[in-house]
Design a protein around this ligand. Structure first.
Ligand code: FAD
Length: 602
C-alpha cells in the first residue's frame, strides 16, 4: 500500500482529513483511515486542501471539460477563477481527549528504516516538517530574495537555491500551495513583482493541472497507452533499464542525474525531463518503469505530478507537441556548460576538463588515457548514441573518430547525403567483416530470419551494410563504430581512420557553405522601428522590456509549424533567444507566460 499523503489533524474527537486523494491506492488508504475512525466513534470531516485553486472553483462545469492542454487550462483558470485566502492559524488547539496517550514520534529504527545519510552535494539538504517548510520560505523569499530571480535560475542543477525546493513539503502536506501563493503576493507588494515571482505560481499551476488531469482520467494515468490511448512498441529490456537506474548508461549527463537521485532522493526539474526523455525516446523503454523508479526514490513523490509528467515525457499525456525529444548532449552543454554537474556525480570522469566530459566517447585515446578513463572499463561506452547528438559534438567529432578503433580491410565512405543537411555520416563498409558479419548484423537489429536469408548471398556483409540505414533511422558512423568495437573487431578502424577524417572534414566544410536560412521579409537584423515598441514593454509589470533575438507570432492553426520552427532555430549554432506569442493575446495580458512556456517546456 502506498504512503498516504493525508494530513491528519486530531481535534478532540473530530478528525479533519485534508487533501482528498484522487488516485486509487491513496483513496484506499483514506477509506481505511475513515473506517478505523468510525469504529472508534471519531467524527470524520473531509475538506479539499491540496491544490492552489479549489476543486469547486474550477470554471469547467464538469471535470470532463478540463482542457487537455495546460495553456488552455491556465488561461481559463487565471481569468475566471480566484485563489481562496488561507485560513488563519488557530491560536490554540483543543486538548487531546483524556486518556489518549500522545506517544513519541517513531524513529527510523522503530519503523525498521535506516537513518538517511547526508550527502554534502545534495540539492535538497533539508528536513521535513512544517517549521522547516516555513523556514525555507523565509530563506528563499525574505532573507535571500532568491524568488525574485526564480525564472532565471530554475533550470539550475547544483546548489540549494536555484529553485524553491518546496515540492517535498508540498507532497506530504507540510505546506499548502495557497500559503505559498499568499507569501508570493505579500512579497510582490512589499518587495518586487516581476515575471520571476509570477513564475512560481505558473509552476504551482502545473501541479494543480496534473491533479485535475488525474481527477478527469482516473486510473488511465497509469495505463501504458496513456491519456490518448496511443499504442507504441515499448520495450522492457532490464539490461537497459538497470543501466539507466544505476547511472551507467555511458551518457554522462543522464548518469549524473540518475546518481543524484539515487544518492539524495532529489533531482532538478531539468534533470527529470532529460532522463525521462532518454528512457522513453532514446531507449524506447516502457515509461512506467521510469515512473515507478521515481516513485520509489523521490523525496517529493506525488502521484499526480509524477505520473502526469511521465505521461507528458512519454508523449502519451498532455503534451500538444508530437515527438518531443531532448538531445542529451545539447541539454548537457546548455545547462551544464562547463561539465561541473557531471563531474560532481560521476567521479570517474573527474579529470576530463570542461564540456568534453559530456562526450567521452568522442575523445581521442590520448585524451582519455590522460584523464585515466578507459571506456568500457572505468566508465561505460554509451548504451545508445542518437544521431542528432553529433551536431553538438563540434570539433570533438573529428578527434573522437580518430580515437576509436575499428578493424577492417577496404572501406568506402559516402558523403552524408546529396543535400548535405543530414547530421549523421553513413559509412558503407565494402569489405567483409569476415566471420563476424552475423554478430554485427544482430547488433544492427536484423532478425534471425533476415540473417539466415542473407547467408544465401555471396556477399552478406555488403548487404547488411547497405540495408542497415534503411531499417534503422539511427544508423550512423558513431553507431557502427560502437557496434564493431563491441563485437571486438579491432582491425577495421586503423585503416578507416584516414578516410573517416577526410569525410568528416569534408562534411564540416560543407556545413559552413550553408548559411542560416533568413528570409528578407522577416530579416530582423535591422530594427524596423526606432523605439522599442510592442508587447514586451507593455506587458512587463516592471516596465523594463526583455530583449529577444527573434519574434515568432502564430495563430492556433500554425501551432505545429511553430514548434518545428523553434526546433530548427534552436539547432543552429547561434543561441537565439526567441519570443513566441499567439495572436489571441490581448494587450495587457501576460505574453511572458506563453513565450516561456513554449521555449522552456521543451
Ligand atoms: P520549483 O521549480 O521551485 O517549482 C515550484 C513548485 O511548482 C514545485 O515545488 C512543484 O510543486 C511545482 N512544479 C514545478 N514544476 C512542476 C511540474 N513539471 N509538474 C508539477 N508540478 C511542478 N514534482 C513533484 O512534486 N512530484 C513528483 O513526483 C514529480 N515527478 C516528476 C517526474 C518527471 C518525469 C518530471 C519531468 C517532473 C516531475 N516533477 C514532480 C515536477 C518537478 O520536477 C518538481 O516539482 C520540481 O523539480 C521540484 O523542485 P522545486 O520544488 O524546487 O520546484
Amino acid at each position: 500500500m502506498s504512503t498516504s499523503r493525508t494530513i491528519i489533524c486530531l481535534l478532540r474527537n473530530d478528525l479533519r482529513l485534508h487533501d482528498n486523494e484522487i488516485t486509487s491506492e491513496e483513496l484506499n488508504v483514506e477509506k481505511n483511515v475513515k473506517l478505523v475512525c468510525t469504529q472508534m466513534k471519531v467524527k470524520v470531516e473531509s475538506c479539499w486542501g491540496s491544490t492552489l485553486y479549489h476543486r469547486d472553483d474550477l470554471p469547467f462545469n464538469h471535470i470532463s471539460r478540463l482542457p487537455d492542454v495546460y495553456t488552455q487550462f491556465r488561461k481559463v483558470i487565471e481569468s475566471q477563477s480566484r485563489v481562496r485566502p488561507v485560513f488563519p492559524t488557530p491560536e490554540t488547539l483543543k486538548p487531546i481527549p483524556p486518556g489518549l496517550e500522545e506517544g513519541a514520534i517513531p524513529t527510523a529504527e522503530d519503523l525498521k528504516l535506516t537513518e538517511p545519510v547526508d550527502d554534502s552535494r545534495s540539492a535538497f539538504p533539508c528536513r521535513g516538517g512544517e517549521s522547516e517548510a516555513l523556514a525555507r520560505i523565509k530563506h528563499y523569499f525574505w532573507d535571500t530574495n532568491a524568488v525574485a530571480t526564480y525564472k532565471e535560475t530554475r533550470n539550475g542543477l547544483i546548489g540549494v537555491d536555484y529553485s524553491t525546493k518546496l515540492a517535498p513539503w508540498l507532497a506530504i502536506g507540510c505546506i499548502s500551495p495557497r500559503y505559498i501563493y499568499s507569501q508570493i503576493k505579500s512579497y510582490e507588494t512589499q518587495r518586487t513583482a516581476n515575471q520571476n515571482t509570477y513564475w512560481v505560481i505558473f509552476e504551482l499551476l502545473w501541479r494543480d493541472y496534473f491533479k485535475f488531469v488525474a481527477l478527469k482520467y482516473g486510473n488511465q494515468i497509469f495505463h501504458i497507452n496513456g491519456l490518448q490511448n496511443k499504442s507504441s512498441p515499448w520495450k522492457k529490456d532490464m539490461k537497459l533499464f538497470n543501466a539507466w537506474k544505476e547511472g551507467r548508461t555511458g551518457v554522462p549527463f543522464v548518469d549524473a542525474n540518475m546518481r543524484e537521485l539515487a544518492m539524495t532522493g532529489f533531482m532538478s526539474n531539468r534533470g527529470r525531463q532529460n532522463v525521462a526523455s532518454f528512457l522513453t525516446k532514446d531507449l524506447g523503454l516502457d515509461w512506467r518503469m521510469g515512473a515507478e523508479w521515481f516513485e520509489y526514490l523521490l523525496v517529493d513523490y506525488d502521484v499526480c505530478s509524477n505520473y502526469g509528467n511521465w505521461l507528458y515525457s512519454a508523449g502519451v499525456g498532455n503534451d500538444p507537441r508530437e515527438n518531443r525529444k531532448f538531445n542529451m548532449i545539447k541539454q548537457g552543454l546548455d545547462y551544464d556548460n562547463n561539465g561541473d554537474f557531471v563531474r560532481q556525480w560521476v567521479p570517474e570522469l573527474q579529470a576530463l576538463r570542461g564540456p568534453d566530459v559530456h562526450t567521452p566517447w568522442t575523445l581521442s585515446a590520448a585524451a582519455l588515457s590522460h584523464a585515466q578513463v578507459s571506456l568500457g572499463e572505468t566508465y561505460p561506452v554509451p548504451i545508445v548514441i542518437a544521431p542528432e547528438w553529433s551536431r553538438h559534438v563540434g570539433k570533438n567529432s573529428l578527434e573522437g573518430l580518430q580515437g576509436l578503433h575499428i578493424e577492417g580491410k577496404r572501406v568506402c565512405l559516402t558523403p552524408p547525403n546529396s543535400t548535405g543537411t543530414e547530421a549523421s555520416i553513413f559509412i558503407f563498409l565494402k569489405a567483409k567483416v569476415a566471420s563476424d558479419w552475423r554478430t554485427v548484423a544482430e547488433e544492427m537489429g536484423f532478425s534471425y530470419l533476415e540473417i539466415t536469408n542473407y547467408e544465401t548471398f555471396k556477399n552478406p556483409t555488403d548487404l547488411i551494410l547497405n540495408n542497415w540505414p534503411a531499417q534503422d533511422s539511427e544508423a550512423s558512423v558513431g553507431k557502427l563504430l560502437f557496434i564493431l568495437t563491441k563485437v571486438e573487431r579491432r582491425d577495421v578502424v586503423e585503416e578507416l581512420r584516414a578516410l573517416i577524417d577526410a569525410d568528416v572534414t569534408k562534411y564540416l566544410e560543407k556545413k559552413k557553405e550553408y548559411p542560416p536560412v533568413q528570409v528578407d521579409v522577416v530579416d530582423s537584423c535591422v530594427p524596423r522601428t526606432p523605439e522599442r515598441v510592442g508587447i514586451t514593454l507593455e506587458d512587463d509589470p516592471d516596465g523594463s522590456p526583455e530583449l529577444f533575438d527573434a519574434f515568432i507570432c502564430y495563430c492556433q492553426s500554425d501551432f505545429n509549424f511553430v514548434h518545428e520552427m523553434i526546433r530548427e532555430l534552436e539547432q543552429t549554432e547561434f543561441k537565439l533567444k526567441l519570443c513566441v506569442f499567439d495572436r489571441d493575446v490581448l494587450p495587457g495580458s501576460c505574453v511572458w507566460t506563453i513565450t516561456s512556456e513554449l521555449i522552456e517546456r521543451r
